[in-house]
Each structure stands twice: as structure tokens, then as C-alpha cells.
Design a protein around this ligand. Structure first.
Ligand SMILES: *[C@@H]1O[C@H](CO)[C@@H](O)[C@H](O)[C@H]1NC(C)=O
Ligand SMILES: *[C@@H]1O[C@H](CO)[C@@H](O)[C@H](O)[C@H]1NC(C)=O
Ligand SMILES: *[C@@H]1O[C@H](CO)[C@@H](O)[C@H](O)[C@H]1NC(C)=O
Ligand SMILES: *[C@@H]1O[C@H](CO)[C@@H](O)[C@H](O)[C@H]1NC(C)=O
Ligand SMILES: *[C@@H]1O[C@H](CO)[C@@H](O)[C@H](O)[C@H]1NC(C)=O
Ligand SMILES: *[C@@H]1O[C@H](CO)[C@@H](O)[C@H](O)[C@H]1NC(C)=O
Ligand SMILES: *[C@@H]1O[C@H](CO)[C@@H](O)[C@H](O)[C@H]1NC(C)=O
Length: 536
């Protein structure tokens, strides 16, 4: 029997601490709503997402996730790492990468102007121990935007900036008061020194004629002040190839640009008002994100005149606060792999990746081509992610949260990466007395290496250890029940695949178990494994 009213009321009361984990009562990670469970042929690795609420909570409506932030998950929705409160509350573009041979994590952290899709902040880099090693800012006295931070050759990063500047815009239908336009800038910076290596600004190279959204009626800003600047171009991704040339996605010009990395001149434009290429079937894209070079996808027959790129085609534009009207150019969004021929100047769609549930995201999104040829499409403002095989068949699909918290969850970009997490912090442990017995729970936020947890009773705070049992680690939290026995002091040891002890917890003193009152009253129990509320 379903009792959804009771369930909703219960969840509301639990608010911030939802007791998913006894050893980490402070954590309330999203419960992924997996609608297509991962097939056997998904790529190996963990999921990297950073979901946030697209709408502010009101007295009547609450939106998920309960704790916005960067997360690493396993394919079954099991938590590996919660970055809530570690990276700042508005953190996005969370990824793993390599920097000088070292595995790193990075995320944008800063302010978010949701109405215009502009961030102002910096990118924080962490090592495998989840310790900050670098904080990257833009060069030339500018504030980094959230959209791009992409590591090139393990040494440098390409980033972008939305710089408002005053100009006479009357030639584009503006009144004399509408003077502000966004100069879309990208930079390449040295990660070690922060040195600015290259800078390119759109107003030097692309006239506002190429804008798809005119200054009036103000869909992309109407230019009355610096925060309302007309965002005529909107660079939202930057890549660099082995030749040293750059690839830009310009969302508000519905075009992708290849830029000479020596002098900043155009090598070509794809789509938009001035495409260098004729476009094959189903190729047209608009308001797109995340354009990337893919030389590894070229076949043996493809000469130097062939280039392969991927992008996320929103085919829709709209603001997160609902300001202005929405514009749509196709029935759904899609991931796209595109082949360009610079002899024939013709572009063909190699493969489109279409959403399982007809999703169309008016903002955000990403397309990641994985090493085995699978492709991950992250549906931006729709808060969903799909993995496909290279032929476009969906293998895995989930939404970023569940139940009422699933409504309005958004996620800018989503990825799969391998990752080895070796947290510096001590594992968390709690021992709870129930029915004359003791159950001990242990977890270690961010750890990927523990295979077995060993539990010991300790005689007094510093006394001798006696072995209680060991449990295979199958999930974020691992527990051992000792029936009919009160164990006063305990420790747990994390053991890796080679049988080495990685770390011990501190000694924990057992405490009486307290069950959530609302759960008992409602006759409901929280099941961690299935991540849903069931009736007793
Ligand atoms: C900037 O202009 C917009 C649009 O006219 C307006 O809504 C906003 O209040 C203005 N902001 C400031 C700081 O004047
Ligand atoms: C890029 O610009 C440099 C300097 O103007 C030029 O020597 C080079 O040939 C250009 N590259 C391409 C691919 O056109
Ligand atoms: C159109 O694109 C070509 C090649 O990228 C460029 O040379 C030309 O200036 C562009 N025309 C306009 C009107 O921007
Ligand atoms: C072109 O798009 C249509 C409609 O979305 C789709 O049914 C068809 O499979 C696509 N063709 C290719 C080659 O992707
Ligand atoms: C690229 O276009 C040229 C000129 O039309 C053609 O000869 C060549 O076969 C094309 N390359 C590929 C890989 O299709
Ligand atoms: C999961 O997502 C599907 C598709 O949007 C929706 O119908 C279903 O209600 C969701 N389930 C939960 C538990 O949120
Ligand atoms: C993770 O590592 C495995 C084994 O080396 C490799 O096959 C796979 O492609 C990697 N996954 C990703 C997302 O890079």
C-alpha cells in the first residue's frame, strides 16, 4: 500500500540530516533515480556530477538536492565522495584530470548569476587526499566564469571570462541607454605559475552581427547595465589540439569556431550565421555546449583535411529564472559527433545521441566521448545523465535526485573518470546499542581503496584489541552487528585488496541507538540499499 502523503511529510521533517548514513549523520547526498540500470558494457570508472537546485525553495515547494555540491558516485547510486561543504555551495564543472602526472580533482567555486548563466569565481584543484593544492584565477584582472576549466597536456588550463564593456550598440537596434555588451574572452594559463599564456576576445574577431539572440527583446541581456550586458556570443567551452589551435563553442551565436593559436585568427566557423561548412543531415545545432576535438576518432582513410569534434546540442535557450521567453530549434537536445572535411568544406553527423525521455535542456549540458567509444550525455537543466554505446543505444540513464527532491535538480556537466581517492581524514565510526546488542557503522568519505573493514573491541580507551569480525565493503557505509552483547569501545581498520591496513578509526564509545521518531510514527523504515522508503 502506498502512503505518499506520509512519505512526503517524513522526508520534509528530516530536512538536512536524512539518516542515510549512521556514521555520517551530517550527510544527505542525492538519491539517484536510476531508470535504466547500468548495462555490462558501460565504461569503467566513477560518475562525477555536481547537482544543484535550479529554483529557490519556497514555503510551499522544496527543491533538491538537499546538499548541493560535487559528488562521486558508483553506477548503482552508491556514494563515493560528498564534496558538500568542502567545495563551496555553488560549485560546478567538477572533474578529475591529470596535472604533471598527478591525479587531481577540480571544481569551479564562486557566485552564480542564474538569470544570465554567469559565474564569478575561481577553480580549486585538489589532490588524491582531497587537499587543496592550487586555486586558479584568470589573468589580466578578470574573474573566471564557471563554464570552462580544461587541462591541456597536464600543464596548462583553458578558461573563459564574460567581461562586460560599454559600447555604442545603436547599429544593432539598441537605444542610447543600452550600452553594455559582453566581451567573451578565453585565456590559457599555466597551472603552476598562473602565468597568462594566451588571451582572445570575441569583440576583436566576431561582430555582434553573428548574434542569434538580438539585444531586443533582451533574451540574452538588454544592455542597460553591466550585469544586464548583451551576451551576443557566450563562449561556454574551449579546447586546444596538438597543433596548438583552439576550439570554441559560442552558444549565443549557435556556432563553433576554430581559432589559430598563434595569431587568434579564424581557421573556420561551423554552423551559425556565417558557417564555413555546408551541413549534412541532422547536423544543425543551436545554443550548444562543450565542443571538443577528437583526433582519436579519425579512421585510417581520413586525411589531414578531416577533423572530428563532439558537442552537446541544446537546441533550446531559456534562463533558469524564467526571465524572457524560451526558444527551441529541435524537438529534443542531443549529443553529437561531427566529421568536418576542410577540402569539400562539408560537415556530416557521425552519430547523434538522443534522450531516452525526450529531454530538451534550455541550459547547460555536456557530451563526453569515453575511451571505449561509449558516450556520456549530461542533460544540463534537466538534471539527467545517459551513457550510450558508440551507435547511440542507451546503456544507463539516471536523474540526479529522487521524489520531490528530483524536481528542479540541474547539473551543468557530467563525466565518468577513473579515480583513486586516499582521504587524509580519519574514517568515521559510530557504535549503537540496540536490543541488548551492538551495531557498529563505519565509512570513509572519498576512499576508493578499502575492500574489507575489520572490527575490534578495545578494553578501555587504550586497552588491548580483540577481533570481533570483518565485513566486505560493498557500499559507502559498512556495518557489523554483534547480537546480545554490549561492546563499549571499538575501532575499525580499513584493509585494501592486498591485505594492507590503510588506516584505523579512532576508538568509539557505544551509545544508545535512537531511531528517527517520524519514521516509527509513520510505520516506515529507511532502506539504504534500495534507497527508498518502505512500509514496515
Ligand atoms: C540592470 O538592468 C536590468 C534590466 O533593465 C534591471 O532589471 C536591473 O535591475 C538592472 N540592475 C541594476 C543594478 O541596475
Ligand atoms: C596561424 O597563424 C600563423 C601566424 O600568422 C601562421 O604562420 C600559421 O600558418 C597559421 N596557421 C594556420 C593553420 O593557418
Ligand atoms: C565569415 O567567416 C569568414 C571565415 O571564417 C570570415 O573571413 C569572414 O570575415 C566572416 N564574415 C563576417 C561578415 O563575419
Ligand atoms: C535524424 O533525426 C531524426 C529525428 O530526431 C532521427 O529519427 C534520425 O535517426 C536521425 N538520423 C541520424 C542519421 O542521426
Ligand atoms: C573530403 O573532401 C574531398 C573533396 O570533396 C574528397 O575528395 C575526400 O574524399 C573527402 N574526405 C573524406 C574522408 O570523405
Ligand atoms: C524517476 O524518474 C522518472 C522519470 O522522470 C519518474 O517518472 C519517477 O517518478 C522518478 N522516481 C523517483 C523515485 O523519483
Ligand atoms: C578506467 O580504467 C580502465 C582500465 O585501465 C580503462 O579500461 C577505462 O577506459 C578507464 N575509464 C575511463 C573513464 O577513463
Amino acid at each position: 500500500m502506498k502512503r505518499s502523503i506520509v512519505i512526503a511529510a517524513t522526508l520534509l521533517q528530516l530536512a538536512a540530516a536524512d539518516w542515510q548514513f549512521k556514521s555520517r549523520t551530517d550527510l544527505a547526498p542525492p538519491r539517484l533515480n536510476i531508470t535504466i540500470p547500468a548495462a555490462d558494457n558501460v565504461e569503467k570508472g566513477y560518475l562525477f556530477v555536481s547537482p544543484f537546485a535550479g529554483f529557490p525553495d519556497t514555503a510551499f515547494e522544496q527543491h533538491g538536492p538537499r546538499q548541493a555540491g560535487p559528488y562521486i558516485f558508483r553506477d548503482n547510486g552508491d556514494l563515493v565522495w560528498s564534496g558538500y561543504g568542502i567545495y563551496s555551495i555553488w560549485a560546478t564543472n567538477f572533474q578529475a584530470a591529470k596535472f604533471q602526472g598527478q591525479d587531481i580533482l577540480f571544481s569551479f567555486e564562486g557566485d552564480h548569476n542564474a538569470g544570465y548563466g554567469h559565474g564569478h569565481g575561481h577553480t580549486t584543484i585538489m589532490d588524491q587526499h582531497y587537499e587543496t593544492i592550487r586555486e586558479m584565477r584568470a589573468g589580466n584582472h578578470k574573474l573566471t566564469d564557471k563554464h570552462e576549466f580544461h587541462v591541456i597536456n597536464e600543464e596548462t588550463a583553458v578558461i573563459q571570462i564574460y567581461q562586460p564593456v560599454p559600447r555604442d550598440l545603436t547599429a544593432w537596434g539598441a537605444s542610447e541607454e543600452q550600452q553594455w555588451i559582453v566581451n567573451a574572452i578565453f585565456q590559457e594559463v599555466d597551472i603552476t605559475t598562473g602565468e597568462l599564456l594566451f588571451e582572445w576576445e570575441s569583440l576583436q574577431h566576431v561582430a555582434p552581427d553573428e548574434a542569434i539572440l538580438p539585444i531586443n527583446p533582451g533574451q540574452a541581456g538588454s544592455g542597460y547595465n553591466s550585469s544586464d550586458a548583451w551576451d551576443y556570443f557566450h563562449i561556454n567551452s574551449v579546447d586546444k589540439n596538438a597543433d596548438g589551435d583552439y576550439l570554441l563553442s559560442a552558444r549565443d551565436a549557435c556556432s563553433v569556431h576554430k581559432i589559430n593559436g598563434t595569431d587568434g585568427s579564424h581557421l573556420w566557423r561551423l554552423d551559425g550565421k556565417n558557417s564555413s561548412f555546408t551541413l549534412g543531415k541532422n547536423l544543425t545545432f543551436c545554443f550548444q555546449h562543450h565542443a571538443r576535438f577528437h583526433p582519436q576518432l579519425k579512421t585510417e582513410d581520413d586525411g589531414d583535411d578531416i577533423e572530428i569534434i563532439s558537442l552537446y546540442d541544446n537546441s533550446a535557450h531559456g534562463t533558469e529564472d524564467g526571465r524572457g521567453t524560451e526558444v527551441a530549434t529541435a524537438p529534443t537536445s542531443s549529443g553529437k559527433i561531427i566529421k568536418l572535411n576542410t577540402t569539400s568544406w562539408h560537415a556530416e553527423l557521425v552519430q547523434g545521441f538522443y534522450p531516452p525521455d525526450g529531454l530538451r535542456s534550455k541550459s547547460q549540458g555536456s557530451t563526453q566521448v569515453l575511451p571505449n567509444g561509449n558516450v556520456i550525455v549530461n542533460w544540463g537543466s534537466e538534471g539527467a545523465l545517459t551513457e550510450y554505446d558508440s551507435k547511440g543505444n542507451p546503456l544507463f540513464h539516471f536523474y540526479m535526485d529522487s521524489g520531490y527532491l528530483g524536481l528542479g535538480v540541474e547539473n551543468y556537466r557530467g563525466f565518468r573518470y577513473n579515480w583513486t581517492g586516499l582521504p587524509h581524514e580519519e574514517p568515521a565510526i559510530v557504535a549503537l546499542e540496540n536490543d541488548g546488542g551492538t551495531t557498529v557503522y563505519v565509512s570513509w568519505n572519498g576512499d576508493t581503496e578499502t575492500k574489507i573493514w575489520r572490527f575490534y573491541a578495545v578494553a578501555g580507551k587504550y586497552g588491548a584489541k580483540s577481533f570481533l569480525g570483518e565485513v566486505k565493503r560493498t557500499s559507502f557505509e559498512t556495518s557489523l552487528s554483534i547480537p546480545k552483547k554490549l561492546v563499549l569501545h571499538m575501532v575499525a581498520e580499513a584493509v585494501d585488496s592486498k591485505g594492507r591496513v590503510l588506516r584505523s578509526t579512532g576508538v568509539v564509545h557505544s551509545e544508545p541507538e535512537v531511531l528517527p521518531a517520524s519514521v516509527i510514527k509513520g510505520g516506515l523504515v529507511l532502506q539504504n540499499e534500495k534507497q527508498q522508503w518502505l512500509e514496515l
